[in-house]
Design a protein around this ligand. Structure first.
Ligand code: MG
Ligand code: MG
Length: 254
C-alpha cells in the first residue's frame, strides 16, 4: 500500500517559533490549573483561556475552526473530546478535559489536559494517571529513526495493561503552519494509516484518549461532542512535540 503524504519538516528556527506559540499555551494551562474548581462553568473556563491567549497577542485557533464556537474544547466525564463550552457547572468528582490551541506569528501549538474537580473516584484518578503516563511513553518514542507506529504501540500497551482501552477513531497529527498536518498519529498500532519514519524536524501533536470501558465512541446530536459508547469515563492529554537529533522536545511542556 502507498500513501501520498505531505509532511512539512521544520527548521530549528521554525521550531523555535512554534516553541514560542507553545509557551503561551503552556502558560494558559498553568493558569487553568489554578482556577478549575466546583461551581465554575465550562463557558467561564473557556472565556478565561481565550482572554489569556488574546492578551498575549495570539489567536485561539479552535475558535471558528469548522464553525466550533469556543476557544477550547471542554469535555466532562464520559465526553471524550470536542465538548462545547457553555452553561454546564463543574461539580465535585468531575474530570474535565480541556483541549486548546494557539496561533502565534502564524505557528500553531496544540495541547490538552484533564483536570480533576475536587475529589474524584479512584478509577478516575487511575485513568488520568495512566493516560498521562501513556502520553509520556508515546513522547519517548518520538525520535529520529523510529516510526509513527512506535508511538501508538507504546501508548496502547500501557493503557491495555491497565485494563483501559484506546480510542482509535480519533488520532494525533502533524502540526505547524496548520493545526492539522500530515502525518496522522494514532494512539494504537494502526495498519490502515501511513507509518512514516520519524525525521528530525517533524512536529506532531501526540494526544491519547483513553477510556475506562469500551474504545467505541459516538457523536452527540450537537454534532460536536464525542462521548464513550458505554458512557464510562474518558481522559485526554496532548503535547506538541518536535522530533530533534537530541530526542523529543516537548514544546508545550508546562
Ligand atoms: Mg488538541
Ligand atoms: Mg490535536
Amino acid at each position: 500500500m502507498s500513501w501520498k503524504l505531505n509532511i512539512k519538516l521544520k527548521t530549528p528556527t521554525e521550531i523555535a517559533m512554534m516553541e514560542a506559540s507553545a509557551r503561551v499555551l503552556a502558560s494558559v494551562f498553568l493558569e487553568l490549573r489554578k482556577i478549575v474548581a466546583p461551581g465554575l462553568t465550562t463557558g467561564e473556563l473557556d472565556a478565561a483561556a481565550e482572554k489569556m491567549i488574546t492578551d498575549a497577542g495570539c489567536i485561539p485557533s479552535f475558535k471558528g475552526y469548522n464553525g466550533f464556537p469556543g476557544s477550547c474544547c471542554i469535555s466532562v466525564n464520559e465526553e471524550v473530546v470536542h465538548g462545547i463550552p457553555g452553561a454546564r457547572i463543574l461539580v465535585d468528582g468531575d474530570i474535565v478535559g480541556v483541549d486548546c490551541g494557539v496561533i502565534k506569528d502564524g505557528w500553531h501549538s496544540d495541547s490538552a489536559e484533564t483536570f480533576a474537580i475536587g475529589e474524584v473516584s479512584d478509577e478516575a484518578r487511575r485513568l488520568m494517571k495512566v493516560t498521562r503516563e501513556g502520553l509520556e511513553l508515546g513522547i519517548a518514542q518520538a525520535r529520529p529513526g523510529n516510526r509513527i507506529s512506535d508511538i501508538g504501540t507504546a501508548v496502547a500497551a500501557h493503557a491495555n495493561a491497565a485494563g483501559f482501552s484506546v480510542v482509535e477513531s480519533l488520532v494525533g497529527h502533524g502540526i505547524g503552519r496548520r493545526l492539522h498536518e500530515d502525518p496522522q498519529v494514532p494512539n494504537y498500532r494502526s495498519f490502515s494509516t501511513p507509518d512514516p519514519v520519524l525525521e528530525e524536524g517533524l512536529v506532531i501533536a501526540i494526544e491519547p484518549m483513553i477510556n475506562a470501558g469500551t474504545k467505541r465512541v459516538v457523536t452527540l446530536p450537537d454534532q460536536w461532542t464525542i462521548v464513550t459508547a458505554d458512557r464510562k469515563l474518558s481522559a485526554h492529554y496532548e503535547h506538541t512535540v518536535a522530533v530533534t537529533a537530541d530526542g523529543p522536545n516537548v514544546l508545550t511542556r508546562r
